[in-house]
Write a protein that binds this ligand. Sequence first.
Ligand code: SF4
Ligand code: SF4
Length: 669
Amino acid sequence: MNGILKEWFKVLKTGWNLLTTKPITYNFPPDMPITEETRGRHILDIEKCRSCSLCSRVCPNQAIEMVERENPDPSAKKKTVKYPQIDFSKCCFCGLCVEACPTEALQMTNASIMVAPEKSQFLYPPEKLVEPPDLKHPEPAKIKNASSWARSRSLWIINYFTGCCFIEAVPWVGSGFDMERFGLIVARNPRMADVLLIGGYVTKKTVKRILRIYEQMPAPKFVIALGNCPMTGGTYWDSFNTINRIDDYIPVDIWIVGCPPRPEAIGFAIVSAINHIQNGYTGKEEKVGLKDRSKLVPYREEAKLKPGEVLVPFGPQHPASGNFNLKLVLNGEMVSRAKPEVGYLHRGFEKLMEYRTWYQNVMIIQRICVLDGASYEVGYVSAIEKIANIEIPKRAKYLRTIQLELSRIQSHLLNMGLIGGATGFHTMQMVSWGDREKILYLLDKLTGARIYHIYNTPGGVFRDLPDDFQEETFQTIKDMRKRMKEYDDLFIHNPTLQQRTVGLGKIPSKVAINYDITGPNLRASGINFDVRKNSPYAAYDELDFEIPTFEEGDAYHRILCRRLEIDQSLNIIEQALKKMPKGPVRTKFGSYRTSIPRGEAISFLESARGELAFHLVSNGSNKPQRAKVRGPTFDPILVLLPELVKGNYLADVPVIYWSLDNCPADHDR
Ligand code: SF4
Ligand code: SF4
């Protein structure tokens, strides 16, 4: 009886909490959590512009072209002058051009929503750049007929996480933006889908899969492309392995500018698609004929199978795989063997870094792993600081620590949602991805961007804390601590989750060491090692925190380890904000052409997924001679995962996979 009363009390308490707390879901539009600090569309003060072209020369994406205009001074000898023209279909909003501009003629606004059916609409000549941004809402809908109305209100979306832009489609699945209120649902099968979402850069290997999906979709079908990479190549315009124009292969109905585009921009594209379809729009003409396309589509792979075995690909277009494929050979429902298939996200990163200057690399480096880009920024600039012997101000060390820990929290919350999805526990996905929005909001406020912060530069960080950051962060820490107790009741102590994860995918400590496993995956196997404690960097040696460690080594304890690390990260951020000394945040490094003395250095740090190392070599020039990255996911995923899934049920594969917390972009680079 007592037990029943206890349960009833819990239900009533939860109901009361729901009734008395502010809903997590944004009332989109008009509610859009864009901060004042967000880096968005530029604005040009033409009177201040000296036509020096520094902005154009620093731009790593070649988004700025200097174009000739009549000289406004009729008495001047030169009849023409040059001003910047920006192609936003190439711009990744890194802000390096604004930093380089000596007269502050070029500034950034926080207008970050650019959505259009034609790419040419994103070209801003100087005359357009001087105008203040004006957010145009999608054309209103006219109901054409009952079938187009019905179709527009129940679009089934198939997404392919081709690249990093998918990360900003994630909030639409969680409670922050909640796509189901628009009648949108995720289609599990291309044959049932109306809309194909292309989530970022497309490699040569990925484009074949896109074509295969597109071919299977019934007409009328619509394509929305996220980010600049599918439009123009974006940040990877000079990569040997990415394609620069997806519309050479399939027609695209709506383009969204961004790197990655914000969730609000994706929302605008979706509302725009709904309105277009309601108006009777049935999609763009196909450009590539079926006959041509079939040459590009791969044939079914022949596998050597024993009688009774079947080959099942887990990925690369699977809601739980990321753009990665684990080829599973099944006997009944059990996995007999598995082989990872990589390369869908390979961009040739280490080579791309050799083509850009030391300084320009600060805007691409975080793109190695979209799930925790902050760690890559700090790792890269720390190695440069070692070679060039640059001591960074103490305040910058604290700011880096805050950025890194916020990034760890959002990454662990994302993983919790993925575990929720893998175990059929979608409530957890909705809740943790909704809470993740609060952390991304703080990162946006601190750095100017939610995902790719571009906050670090050799010598420190680009900016100090915004005015009300401290107050807002303390409030979020308080809210998150309360939430963590609810997570434990709802998720961690949940008997169904425990049944699905306790004892699953065990990694004994010896195996963890032999396979070079690091991070929470190592600590859940009984090894108390964390670079933040064992070899402190940033401000970690001045802060007090614990390292959650467990002996069991199974999926459950890897999940638990990440959950408890969130508590520790909240403690670290709180202490850092209180203890942070006053002073400068940056030692001036030089310009985008600055050279680094001859030498080499290794930096390493504790990223959300484990130990991350950079080995940089300088021959004394302004570009790295060699850049080597050692990411945390190579060993657990490409070496150990096939062993771990062997002998387990097919249904447990996504659970084991996400308990290791993969970032396919990290091992593919
Ligand atoms: S913000 Fe970055 S990518 Fe965009 S124009 Fe400026 S330098 Fe180029
Ligand atoms: S860097 Fe500034 S002053 Fe120089 S061309 Fe660009 S906008 Fe004009």
